[in-house]
Design a protein around this ligand. Structure first.
Ligand code: CO
Length: 458
């Protein structure tokens, strides 16, 4: 029996779970046999799509991403399906034109997405405008998310303090979000900060508050429990075989922890165990994608430098390519400096890559001797407005000789991007005129086209 105020639990196994542990490689065929059983658990929602899944499916799995949602929807009539949308970046790595945002959301809603969790890497709410409008138009649930970031070890300091988060949250509520999510992609929210933040959000907002955190640093179970004590409406978890490490808290311990309390979700442990048994049988297929370099389940490096786990593996491979892996320590020291120059962007896709790549350049070639195109676009304002002012000196260096102009834009990035669907439609002429396909091409002109050529045998 559930409690009087059961906590809403969003299961992440089929999206963030395998994205965090197995490089997003889980196939739809491995999801379907367990879909009906998962549908019967009683989750508030299941995140099954978005994030990196769309890219990985077309690039590596040779699977149609729209088809995955359709097939899951059929097997899961009782649970809301949720996706992670990177605001104006959708499921790509740059801001797209408004017509692409509009069509993408409409198509996602049509195939079966009910809840759109929308975030922006810079927490620039202007990057929510087009997506929120499109979600509202489809009559679906808007969950506005704030990327949780820190400059200190704990909540506070000049930028990412409690006022910053309350201010952002109120803006998101005013923009019409149906719920709010604190999205802690690096697993850096500590338990007492979670308590303080959720308490303040509950006092200042009327919409439900969810907390998303990763297990990476080892604090997540404590933080989710403190969030529940502070009145959080929802938490995100994974089924045990896909939990812990850089993934999420396991749901099963919460089922027992909350038993008999008002927040008791009322889940049946026996049913969960059945799903877990199935998941154990498919994991061997994906073990080659797991990080087995360390015995430790937690990464205490995150407690020291707040750099998300996914970013570290990218840094390591970039440094190896540059034959400079011995300089990893220097890169760890460079990242906060580069981040400061760039106005303290939260480290999440795509800013984590942009800051990471530039930090490696700065260490290997000398500070800003080499500047990536993405950093130039960033200083020009194409990703939006950073949380703090950028370094004027570095901005001028980056925009020297930059084709679009030397003065950063002040407008919403989406305002200066010409419609992109007509060009995508034209490029696929004679191959397909299906909107799902056109969107795949609009998002990834290179790898998307490769996928579509295979799909249509041309
Ligand atoms: Co996540």
């Amino acid at each position: 029996m559930p409690g009087t105020k059961p906590i809403r639990i969003t299961d992440l196994t089929l999206r963030d779970g395998h994205q965090s542990l197995f490089a997003t490689r889980m196939t739809t065929d491995d999801m379907l046999p367990i879909a009906a059983a998962m549908d019967g658990i009683g989750f508030y929602s299941m995140e099954v799509w978005g994030g990196a899944t769309f890219d990985v499916m077309t690039r590596f799995l040779n699977e149609d991403p729209w088809e995955r949602v359709r097939r899951l929807r059929k097997k899961m009539p009782n649970t809301k399906l949720q996706m992670l949308l990177r605001g104006q970046n959708l499921v790509g790595y740059r801001n797209y034109a408004d017509d692409v945002v509009d069509a993408f959301v409409e198509k996602a809603a049509e195939v079966g997405i009910d809840i759109f969790r929308v975030f922006d890497a810079l927490n620039d709410e202007r990057n929510f405008i087009a997506a929120f409008k499109a979600i509202r138009k489809c009559g679906k649930h808007i969950q506005g998310a704030i990327s949780y970031s820190l400059t200190e070890k704990r909540l506070g300091g000049p930028i990412f303090n409690i006022d910053y988060y309350i201010g952002k949250a109120k803006k998101i509520e005013d923009m019409g979000a149906d719920s709010l999510c604190i999205k802690d992609m690096a697993g850096i929210i500590s338990p007492y900060d979670a308590f303080e933040l959720i308490s303040q959000l509950k006092a200042n907002l009327t919409i439900p508050i969810h907390l998303h955190t990763h297990y990476t640093s080892g604090m997540a179970s404590m933080s989710l429990l403190k969030a529940i004590e502070a009145g959080a409406d929802g938490i995100d978890t994974c089924l045990a075989p896909f939990a812990l490490r850089s993934s999420h808290c396991a749901v099963e311990p919460f089922v027992v922890t909350l038993k008999g309390t008002p927040q008791d979700p009322g889940f049946d442990l026996g049913k969960l165990a059945e799903v877990d048994d199935y998941l154990e049988t498919i994991i061997p297929k994906y073990m080659s994608f797991a990080d087995t370099t360390k015995f430790s389940v937690i990464d205490i490096g995150v407690l020291m430098h707040q750099i998300p786990g996914g970013m570290i593996s990218n840094l390591v491979s970039q440094l190896k390519q540059a034959k400079a892996i011995h300089r990893l320590k220097d890169v760890y020291e460079e990242i906060p400096a580069t981040r400061k120059d760039m106005g303290f962007p939260p480290l999440v896709t795509p800013t984590s890559q942009i800051v990471g790549v530039q930090s490696v350049f700065n260490v290997v070639a000398g500070r800003y001797k080499m500047i990536s195109n993405e950093v130039k676009d960033y200083f020009y304002g194409l990703y939006g407005k950073p949380p703090a002012p950028v370094s004027d000196e570095i901005m001028q260096k980056a925009l020297k000789g930059y084709a679009k102009g030397h003065t950063p834009i002040e407008t919403r990035p989406g305002d200066i991007i010409e419609p992109e669907l007509p060009g995508a439609r034209e490029a696929l002429k004679g191959i397909t005129d299906d909107m799902g396909d056109i969107l795949i091409y609009a998002l990834y002109p290179m790898t998307g086209l490769e996928f579509l050529k295979k799909k249509y045998n041309v």
